[in-house]
Design a binder for this molecule. Structure first.
Ligand SMILES: *Cc1c(COP(=O)(O)O)cnc(C)c1O
Length: 467
């Protein structure tokens, strides 16, 4: 047995000895958190000594370790990134960015009581959906509307309300899966209704639906094939014909529009996308669509259509579980209000501004930034300006691309490892930059870059020697 005095473990300071110089940290983070980090640093030190190492044990550097660990815990997990992927509505990057008006409205109601469910005229209980229902009706032509957590929730709630324990015919060409976990057949199952597949993958006719209708049928359903396209020998049933067939049998027609749009995309020079108003005009009884796809608002699901059906939907106990919170309602109302003025909409709503940004503007920005970015990248990379193709994203119009321009960063030695390292170091910047690895280069599609300085400031830490 070694003499106690020679035992290197004895050089490890006590928790109390560490806490004294950490008084400042204790007043900022509280005793509990600091003591926990101290114990963790000390136990690591003991483990290193047991492993035969002889690490330094000076108090100031151990305290600095504790403080660094506490600082690191403070960094928010959810934080902004620069989306230069070229996918405007990137689901993994939070889809639509909100306009300033919506952000201000969120801030207004977040920290104070509001009339969320309180009717200021009568002094009685009000309805939270009342803050957006009128706007949705005005913009879609629907009689009534309600809102929930997202479009997946909207579809679930509509089916569970209107088709529980009954059958729902859907075309085989529309049994889509949206991003992993949302699949029409599985949502049907969870809504407690029975999917009746009609037609074939590539062709479905009105008579297929007619044959599928029985006394067990609850409604007819159409799903927008958001993220794929069947090409070649194809045929889909026209929405207004399907509405007519449904109504002949006293059944509602429900359409999951997916993205859904409140403006005519073709008129904006973008790929065509069905509008909510067209579907209502075609006689669809209930439409559902996302708030944070082409609409450009907060995550939410909009349900609009016949008043009697909306009333049934609102009476479903699941509605409570899927309802929107006050901050989302505040943001959604402001976004919808922007649609009242088509002249300013494209400038004020980030999603539409980004989608309609002229190619020449993006190309010019790329040329302006090229040399500054090249200087920051250093001599091992080549930075060129090149045309590319942006995508709308979120399953909207997957096939169509929008011409755009990118800074293409290529390792001079064509080393794949160097490219991955670059991509990783950009993701670890204080404002992470997310680009796209493609054909041996990192592509920074500038469509969503509003100001040159946003990119240059984000890259600046690369120029500073790391501490
Ligand atoms: C995106 C999409 C959904 C899911 O919408 P979320 O708002 O993401 O929940 C459902 N159906 C279709 C057709 C879609 O495109």
């Amino acid at each position: 047995m070694a003499a106690d005095a020679d035992n290197p473990q004895r050089r490890v300071p006590s928790v109390d000895a560490m806490l004294k110089p950490l008084a400042g940290a204790v007043s900022r983070w509280g005793h509990g958190q600091v003591a926990e980090q101290v114990r963790s640093v000390l136990s690591q030190l003991r483990a290193e000594i047991s492993g035969g190492a002889s690490p330094g044990v000076d108090l100031p550097s151990l305290c600095a370790q504790v403080e660094a660990a506490l600082e690191a815990r403070e960094v928010a997990s959810l934080r902004p990134v620069l989306n230069l992927t070229g996918t405007v509505l990137h689901t993994n990057l939070g889809r639509a960015s909100l306009p300033a008006q919506a952000i201000a409205a969120v801030a207004k109601v977040a920290g104070t009581p509001s009339n969320l469910e309180f009717d200021l005229d009568s002094g009685q209980r009000g309805k939270r959906d009342s803050h957006v229902e009128g706007l949705i009706c005005e913009l879609t032509g629907a009689e009534a509307a309600t809102v929930v957590n997202n479009n997946a929730a909207a579809v679930l709630l509509v089916l569970n309300t209107l088709a529980m324990n009954r059958e729902v015919p859907v075309s085989r060409g529309e049994l889509v899966e949206i991003g992993g976990s949302f699949r029409i057949p599985e949502v049907m199952q969870r809504s407690n209704c029975t999917l009746v597949e009609v037609g074939a993958t590539n062709r479905t006719h009105l008579k297929d639906f007619r044959q599928a209708i029985s006394e067990h049928t609850a409604l007819l359903m159409k799903v927008h094939t958001s993220n794929f396209r069947v090409e070649g020998f194809t045929s889909v049933v026209d929405e207004s014909e399907l509405a007519q067939l449904a109504h002949e049998h006293d059944l509602p027609l429900v359409v999951d529009l997916g993205s859904g749009s409140l403006v005519d995309f073709a008129a904006l020079g973008l790929p065509d996308e069905p509008t909510a108003a067209q579907s209502i005009a075609n006689g669809v009884d209930i439409i559902t669509f996302s708030g944070d796809k082409l609409l450009g608002g907060p995550q939410s699901g909009l349900i609009a259509g016949r008043r009697d059906l909306i009333e049934q939907i609102n009476a479903n106990p699941l509605k409570r579980a899927l309802r929107l919170d006050k901050m989302t309602l505040a943001a959604l109302a402001e976004v919808l209000k922007l649609y009242r003025n088509p002249q300013t909409l494209l400038q004020e709503l980030p999603t539409l501004r980004q989608l309609t940004r002229p190619l020449a503007d993006i190309q010019e920005q790329a040329r302006r930034l090229q040399s500054a970015v090249a200087a920051l990248m250093g001599p091992v990379f080549e930075v060129s300006v090149t045309d590319c193709a942006s995508q709308i994203g979120s399953g909207a119009l997957p096939v169509e691309n929008i011409p755009s321009a990118a800074l293409r960063i290529t390792p001079c030695d064509a080393e794949e490892a160097r490219l991955r390292e670059l991509s990783s170091s950009l993701r670890h910047l204080p404002l992470p930059i997310v680009g796209r690895l493609h054909k041996g280069s990192l592509w920074l599609d500038l469509r969503c870059l509003s100001a040159d300085a946003d990119l240059l400031d984000a890259l600046q830490p690369l120029a500073e020697p790391s501490a």
